[in-house]
Design a protein around this ligand. Structure first.
Ligand SMILES: Nc1nc2c(ncn2[C@@H]2O[C@H](COP(=O)(O)OP(=O)(O)OP(=O)(O)O)[C@@H](O)[C@H]2O)c(=O)[nH]1
Length: 355
């Protein structure tokens, strides 16, 4: 039998810590040559930028492929399969493939694609690793508001699920071979135990659940699971598969993203304050990108998950580089008026246009 290249699928909601976990994995690859396939929601390619910056012997720049034509679960045939085929046709094959799905992706269609002829003979899914933002789950961000659900069901009893965040949370856990309760530094023991119990309940089967801070786990824990998940995935169906057995296309209509482009902004503090305001006002789920700050020779990387904002200067700013931020939220909360208002609010910070 020919050797199959193992592939690890890293999934988890927006901002759970997938890219951070992969950075650590690359730093601890133990001589393996890893190819990375990255898919993200929004047009900016922040994850690719972050991961390319730490490319080294484990993963060279040419081993990082970004899939930018939408969520990987919806572009399996057009994007993922051709990318994978090209990767497998290279003379120098990787020892391991790591796939970071977008935070909004259902892992099931992606994993099922490993059964396609031409793929199944050459690659196997070593494991699906689901990264959880423990603090967000503990804060109830993925829980249905029971009163609202009851009201919606009373109005339409054919409704399957009401909260798209909760549905994705459950689907990503159902697909898992290993769950990582990340951001353990932000919660106490009791909250951690509560989230563990919630995950066990959603999984409905025994599976390993580990805790992590900053996505730090030994590479040997994350890879080498040898799960062969492509053969198991039919038994781990998503809400969508259960409720649309007719082949109805899954889409991401509950979520939206748009790009804000500005020149240099007055200060880091002013930017963070303004972001805090718009995030709260429009329930923004995720905001990330790069900012040019007046008088600073370095580029500021900005990462917001809900109302939690991290920022750090990551590399020298290039000539004329402005500020570019991708904003991701619920479709209902990001209509045209909201987009204009968010952009206008952030534009008040701009002190000079990008060259
Ligand atoms: N406090 C804390 N922050 C973390 C941890 N892991 C990641 N973060 C931060 O959370 C933010 C999002 O992390 P990412 O690794 O980009 O998350 P992601 O899942 O790749 O995000 P998307 O690709 O947008 O879905 C960044 O600011 C990270 O520094 C952790 O364990 N604790």
């Amino acid at each position: 039998m020919t050797h199959k290249i193992p592939a690890t699928v890293i999934t988890g909601f927006l901002g759970a810590g997938k890219t951070t976990l992969i950075r650590n994995l690359l730093a601890d690859a133990g001589g393996r040559r890893i190819a990375l396939i990255i898919n993200e929601f929004g047009d900016l390619g922040v994850d690719g930028d972050v991961l390319r910056a730490c490319a080294g012997t484990a993963c060279r720049e040419e081993d990082i492929v970004e899939l930018t034509n939408g969520c990987i679960c919806c572009t399996v045939a057009d994007d993922f399969i051709p990318t994978m085929t090209k990767l497998l046709e290279r003379d120098e094959k990787p020892d391991h493939i790591v796939i970071e799905t977008s935070g909004l992706a259902l892992p099931q269609p992606l994993v099922a694609a490993f059964n396609w002829p031409g793929i199944r003979e050459r690659v196997t899914v070593d494991g699906v690793v689901t990264v959880i933002d423990t603090a967000a789950v503990a804060a109830g961000r993925f829980a249905d508001d029971e009163a609202r659900v009851a009201a919606q069901r009373a109005a339409d009893d054919s409704l399957d699920h009401d909260n798209p965040l909760e549905e994705l949370f459950e689907d990503q856990i159902r697909a898992a071979d290993l769950v990582i309760l990340n951001k353990a530094d932000l919660v106490d023991e009791a909250a951690l135990d509560g989230v563990r119990t919630q995950v066990e309940r959603e999984a409905g089967r025994k599976l390993p659940i580990l805790t992590a801070e900053g996505g730090k786990l030994p590479a040997d824990v994350l890879i080498g699971l040898q799960a062969g998940t492509e053969q198991l995935i039919a038994g781990r169906r998503s809400h969508h598969e259960i409720h649309h057995a007719d082949g109805h296309e899954h889409d991401h209509e509950d979520f939206d993203s748009f790009l804000v482009e500005l020149g240099s902004v007055a200060s880091r503090e002013a930017l963070e304050d303004a972001l805090r305001t718009v995030i709260a006002q429009y329930d923004i789920l995720r905001l990330k990108g790069f900012a040019s700050i007046k008088g600073k020779p370095m580029r500021l990387q900005v990462q917001a998950v809900g109302n939690r904002i991290d920022s750090y200067f990551d590399r020298p700013a290039a000539q004329g580089e402005g500020t570019r931020l991708v904003v991701i939220g619920l479709h209902d909360r990001l209509d045209d008026a909201a987009r204009k208002a968010i952009t206008a609010h952030l534009e008040t910070l701009t002190i000079c246009a990008a060259a």
